[in-house]
Write a protein that binds this ligand. Structure first.
Ligand SMILES: CC(C)(COP(=O)(O)OP(=O)(O)OC[C@H]1O[C@@H](n2cnc3c(N)ncnc32)[C@H](O)[C@@H]1OP(=O)(O)O)[C@@H](O)C(=O)NCCC(=O)NCCS
Length: 208
């Protein structure tokens, strides 16, 4: 069993811990979190010995950066990679992943997520509960496909972009880097970099 440390003991980190507990080749051994409210406590039966600096004191084979904010997750991912850490991808056993799909390092693929043939998922990306990543999607690193969202075939989601809860992206549409498609919205056209778009059809309401 690979021993995995989860960075971030918040709600998302706890969902990641649950998924890890169900894997057959890996198990969570600790959370790391600098929040004084959780340091020194146990969460889901796992210790929270301290912030990220405590990593060197823990016997482990890999780490997962379980933070929802894409930019922060990216920063910590790169720091850990440069420090020689192995970024582990957690895949909930109820996720359906095509044998032909490519999954990067440090990804979090949660309960009921579907990844169809030819899809490529970049490093450190979250495919959240019950999302659908259709055939030949290219999902960049540090992206977040939120719960219940649906991406049609050949969609591209670039680096650090986010597709909100229950949102829909029509086939062959591109969500450019760091863009955010609001919850329940539908993207019929490409979203430009750093844009925030909402509604059906999604319209850009601001730049980040
Ligand atoms: C798009 C979003 C980021 C906007 O948040 P915000 O910057 O705080 O914007 P506001 O709440 O001030 O809303 C701005 C306007 O957009 C509208 N709006 C916001 N989100 C919307 C949505 N998802 N769909 C339709 N309209 C939306 C608001 O009603 C408001 O309209 P108004 O100016 O006519 O009153 C946010 O509402 C959202 O959808 N976030 C995604 C959350 C999510 O999916 N998280 C996943 C966690 S796992």
């Amino acid at each position: 069993m690979k021993k995995i440390v989860i960075l971030g003991a918040g709600g998302h980190g706890q969902v990641v811990a649950d998924a890890l507990k169900l894997m057959t080749d890996a198990e969570p051994v600790a959370f790391l979190d600098g929040n004084p409210e959780v340091m020194g406590k146990e969460i889901l039966g796992l210790p929270v010995p301290g912030g990220n600096k405590a990593l060197s004191d823990i016997d482990h084979d890999g780490v997962i950066v379980a933070l929802g904010k894409n930019s922060l997750r990216k920063k910590i991912f790169h720091e850990l990679k440069e420090a020689g850490e192995k970024l582990f991808s957690v895949i909930h056993p109820s996720a359906i992943i095509s044998p032909d799909a490519k999954i990067g390092n440090g990804c979090m693929i949660l309960g009921g997520a579907v990844v169809n043939t030819g899809a490529e998922i970049g490093d450190n990306t979250i495919l959240n509960t019950n999302c659908t990543v259709e055939h030949h999607n290219i999902i960049g690193p540090h992206a977040h496909i939120a719960p219940g969202s649906s991406l049609g075939g050949e969609v591209v989601v670039e680096e650090e972009a986010m597709v909100g809860i229950g949102a829909t992206v029509l086939p062959r549409t591109r969500i450019c880097a760091r863009a955010l498609l609001g919850a329940g919205s539908t993207a019929f056209r490409d979203l430009p970099e750093d844009s925030v778009a909402v509604g059906i059809p999604a319209k850009v309401i601001k730049k980040k």
